[in-house]
Design a protein around this ligand. Structure first.
Ligand code: WTA
Length: 675
């Protein structure tokens, strides 16, 4: 990597025997999957990493994993102050990486490309309505510097938190990079979250500034972002002093005098240069809220140096990035995938990033493929839920477009069923392109288990093997590794890695217990069930905790339950997941009302109202697909809800479990819709 020159040139029940069965049933077919797809000779010939080079990296990491990461950090990132210590494990499991080094993420993503490729496109943006805008690295750098100066002028200092609530846009990336430039910690909130979720996140983060837009376009409608910000701040929001508003939809939103400032007015007078703030490698680059099995969403805290190294190297290894690639990761920047593979990983590698604002089916089901054709997309990375949805709409849509520039496909966020994998392979990949199924989490910061495309043959439904420097195991209830191929257990990570989360913002005890407590700080516990086959390939079986994966989005069952019980008519609620053909999992809620249970049209109206209520509390993604009103929940005599039974009911299965230990066995028929 060139040195930095400042301003140069300008699941199944069997998988985890002790856990309740909550695996998407379609995954069962994975167990019989035996097809193997080696990369084509043509791909291997040009690949950045072939099997030998990958084997050498693995060997190096196995011999001394700290030395391995230390070498890569030195060679791949620009350090203003070089680090001396690679890993500090004195406070484990609060690990610190490269802690005495200083760097800046925006310099690594922008400045260091200015000399060699300042005029290359960094971003190609297309709005839902078809408006296209591009930014060269020089232009992106200038915009980032202007916004960084503007943010500083509003009194934001190193370490202050800035909430970003923007449409999926170039400006969202500019805002993230601007924060990184001045050492402000950003927290991006997905535009689909409600005012109430936004408020919780602003408060938990103690943010000083919100960066938003009047609105964004999605599915042909305006997403009322500014309105949600106003609502979130209406009850006080004491920490917020300023709101920067990007004009996007221009539909006339009210501005609060003294608080709200238009992005374009604010930037008009700012310089295109902004000295980067050199921060410690451990400085929090961002917080990203995600759902856990208990309580409110947690603010996952990521670092500067370690995080960037993970995003940078994984993008290079897994996507085989080359100078002329146009890389399109369809995830919104509001999710970790958008952080690592829209905003940071590809830019630190100097790639061209495609950003599309809107829905995949506007104006028709060919939109994604039209974009791929028109922008010359070479690498396409999306979620199985999108693949399944597009698959249902028919292959005539992709077949209308020239997809010959594509050379690599990726999948993320949930298990991909072999049927969807094969469709992706055949219809989009024309049976030639490698598919990288990438397993990772908000907490891991970067891809952990995935095929390196020029080196690892793929099997539909398996994310294959850990990347170099990542060490995994499948363990049983007692923490003992399971050794028999195919035997399921908990997926754990056995050694720290640079891009790992550092803590949960404001709650280190929860960090320690949620991820490390189960096996006495020995392993990071991912919360997924998995098994490893005789070839060492990993097969993810889904979450083993009370976290649902709906369309690749994480949702805590407790979050949805709290949202439901906050409705005045609801006494109690229990939420489970049920398999869903497109979404992977759907939200199924059993609701017990206060007072009389309505029937007929009155019940239908209430169910509709409850769904809207959840959307208002959390966001549309959390709306239950099914709500069943009942007089009670199945509880054991000690008062524990038998969730396993509820899952069977939600799936429409015959009840074979022993219900004689229930306090109220008669309720089962009613819950199953038969009473
Ligand atoms: C699931 C998304 C199977 C898993 C990057 C994990 C996957 C959760 C895969 C994290 C995959 C992610 N195969 N399951 N390739 N990728 N998951 O935090 O259950 O939104 O724990 O991060 O998604 O979701 P998160």
């Amino acid at each position: 990597m060139k040195p930095y020159a400042p301003y140069e040139g300008s699941r199944s029940g069997a998988a985890v025997p002790t856990q309740e069965d909550k695996t998407v049933s379609s995954i069962a077919s994975v167990l019989e999957e035996s097809r193997v797809f080696p990369p084509s000779a043509a791909f291997v010939a040009k690949a950045g990493l072939d099997a030998d080079r990958l084997a050498a990296l693995h060997a190096e990491a196995e011999a001394d994993f700290t030395a391995f990461w230390g070498r890569l950090a030195k060679e791949n990132l620009h350090w203003q102050t070089p680090f001396r210590q690679v890993l500090d494990d004195s406070q484990a499991p609060n690990y610190r990486w490269f802690a005495d080094g200083k760097t800046n993420v925006s310099v690594n993503c922008l400045d260091r490309h200015l000399g060699s490729q300042g005029d290359k496109l960094a971003i190609r943006f297309e709005g839902e309505k078809g408006d296209v805008r591009t930014y060269t690295y020089k232009q992106l750098h200038a915009e980032v510097c202007k916004l960084a100066n503007a943010i500083k002028s509003l009194g934001v200092q190193v370490g202050d938190r800035v909430v970003i609530y923007l449409p999926h846009s170039a400006e969202a990336v500019i805002a993230m990079q601007a924060c990184a430039r001045i050492g402000a910690t950003h927290s991006v909130v997905f535009g689909g979250f409600s005012a109430s979720s936004l408020k919780d996140r602003i408060e938990d983060a103690g943010a000083k500034l919100v960066i938003t837009a009047d609105g964004g376009w999605r599915g042909g409608n305006i997403v009322e972002l500014k309105k949600a910000v106003d609502e979130a701040l209406s009850a006080g929001g004491p920490s917020i002093t300023k709101v920067i508003v990007l004009k996007r939809t221009d539909h006339g939103v009210p501005m609060v005098a003294g608080r709200d400032l238009w992005w374009h007015e604010l930037l008009a007078t700012q310089s295109e240069r902004c000295e980067p703030e050199w921060v410690d490698a451990e400085h929090p680059l961002f917080l990203l809220y995600t759902s856990g099995s208990t309580g409110k969403p947690k603010g996952i805290q990521h670092s500067t140096g370690g995080y960037l190294l993970g995003a940078h190297l994984s993008a290079q290894w897994v996507f085989d990035l080359k100078p002329d690639d146009v890389f399109w990761c369809t995830a919104d920047v509001g999710w970790i995938t958008g952080h690592s593979y829209v905003a940071y990983g590809p830019l630190s590698n100097g790639a061209t990033v495609m950003i599309y604002e809107g829905a995949p089916t506007v104006p028709d089901a060919g939109r994604f493929w039209k974009i791929a054709q028109e922008h010359g997309v070479t690498i396409f990375y999306t979620a199985p839920t999108a693949i399944r949805a597009l698959m249902k709409l028919g292959e005539e849509w992709p077949n209308k477009y020239d997809l010959s520039k594509l050379r690599l496909l990726g999948s993320v966020g949930e298990p991909i069923n072999p049927e969807a994998w094969m469709w992706y392979h055949r219809v989009i990949g024309k049976e030639k392109l490698p598919i990288v199924d990438t397993w990772w989490q908000t907490e891991t910061g970067a891809i952990m288990i995935a095929p390196v495309p020029g080196a690892v043959p793929t099997k539909p439904g398996s994310c294959t093997k850990p990347l170099p420097g990542i060490f995994t195991a499948i363990v049983d209830e007692t923490g003992e590794p399971v050794t028999a191929p195919g035997q399921g257990g908990y997926l754990v990570i056995t050694k720290p890695w640079p891009s790992m989360l550092r803590t949960i913002w404001g709650d280190n005890a929860r960090y320690r217990s949620a991820y490390w407590g189960q096996f006495n700080n020995k392993y990071y516990v991912a919360g997924d069930g998995a098994h490893i086959d005789a070839d060492g390939y990993h097969w993810i079986m889904g979450r083993v905790d009370d976290v649902l994966n709906v369309s690749g989005h994480r949702l805590g069952t407790m979050e949805v339950e709290s949202a439901l019980v906050s409705h005045p008519r609801v006494a109690e609620a229990a939420v489970v997941g049920r398999p869903h053909e497109v979404k992977g999992e759907a939200v199924f809620a059993f609701v017990i009302l206060k007072g009389q249970r309505p029937t007929g049209a009155e019940a239908d109206a209430l169910v509709k109202e409850l769904r809207e209520h959840v959307a208002k509390q959390i966001g549309a993604i959390a709306k239950p697909d099914d709500i069943r009103l009942a007089d009670g929940l199945p509880k054991t005599r000690s008062g524990k809800i038998m969730r396993r039974l509820l899952r069977s009911i939600a799936k429409g299965e015959d009840i074979t479990q022993d219900i004689s230990t229930l306090e109220n066995p008669a309720i089962v028929a009613q819950l199953a819709g038969r009473g």
